[in-house]
Design a binder for this molecule. Structure first.
Ligand code: AP5
Length: 216
């Protein structure tokens, strides 16, 4: 499967992408995680990216094209991938079309998770992430007082861009710059809209059923 997961910040892309990647035995490629890994290295590029993320703005299309081409070019992506967080601008959508056309492996589906803003704010204010293995949790579903990753034992953290003010900015950036990408894929006949409300299990079942269905 070669699938893109789209949706506003906090829609559940990372949560669903990890499960789908496991089901389909392909890598979960999250551009947010790739950028945070670069930040962790503390290089001048990492520090520049850190500022952009903290401001809730997008990293440049040119840098993203380089990062995505390098990652999708690795052998583990040959059988397919679940791409989470890319493309986010019309330019990135065209760059991805070109990249995949060059490798003769077009996208099969673009899954759009639709979730209203009030639910998003609740989800992001309670998100906890593992900086080591990138697992994603919500405080409502963690045992009381749990502070360590259930998978690898590292200390869980709150993302610096999950402050309410930054989340609102990210939602604004999404509607201005990423909504047009939805239209790009609707025109290409690849878009599948999925109701992202409900529990992670409910959403997963919906995504799986609709990812086999015809695009709308
Ligand atoms: P990125 O990490 O991609 O952030 P995002 O798109 O804003 O999405 P999030 O990771 O915040 O949310 P998600 O939809 O994955 O939700 P999750 O599953 O975690 O990007 C971060 C930044 O990097 C961007 O702002 C930008 O600066 C930069 N960037 C990345 N890609 C870029 C690009 N292509 N171009 C330029 N810049 C780029 O779930 C959220 C919470 O809700 C969790 O706590 C989870 O447990 C919970 N949850 C999930 N599903 C459910 C459910 N069904 N019910 C209840 N709770 C749920």
């Amino acid at each position: 499967m070669r699938v893109v997961l789209m949706g506003p910040p906090g829609a559940g892309k990372g949560t669903q992408a990890a499960r789908l990647a496991q089901t389909w035995s392909v890598p979960h490629v999250s551009t947010g995680d790739l950028l945070r890994e670069t930040v962790e290295k503390g290089t001048p590029l990492g520090r520049q990216i850190e500022e952009t993320l903290a401001a809730g703005q997008l990293v440049s299309d040119a840098l993203m094209a380089e990062i995505v081409a390098e990652r999708l070019g690795r052998p583990d992506c040959r059988p397919g991938f679940v791409l989470d967080g890319y493309p986010r601008t019309e330019r990135q959508a065209r760059d991805l079309d070109r990249l995949l056309a060059g490798s003769g492996a077009a996208l099969e589906k673009v899954i759009l998770l639709e979730v209203p803003a009030e639910i998003i704010l609740k989800r992001l204010s309670g998100r906890r992430t593992c900086p080591a293995c990138q697992a994603v949790y919500h405080v409502d579903r963690l045992p009381a007082g749990a502070a360590a990753c259930e998978r690898c034992g590292s200390a869980l953290m709150t993302r610096s861009d999950d402050r309410e003010e930054t989340v609102r900015r990210r939602l604004g950036v999404y509607s201005e710059q990423t909504q047009p990408v939805v239209e790009h894929y609707r025109r290409a006949g690849k878009l599948v809209r999925v109701d992202g409300r409900g529990s992670p299990d409910e959403v997963y079942d919906r995504v799986l059923a609709l990812s086999q269905a015809a695009p709308r």
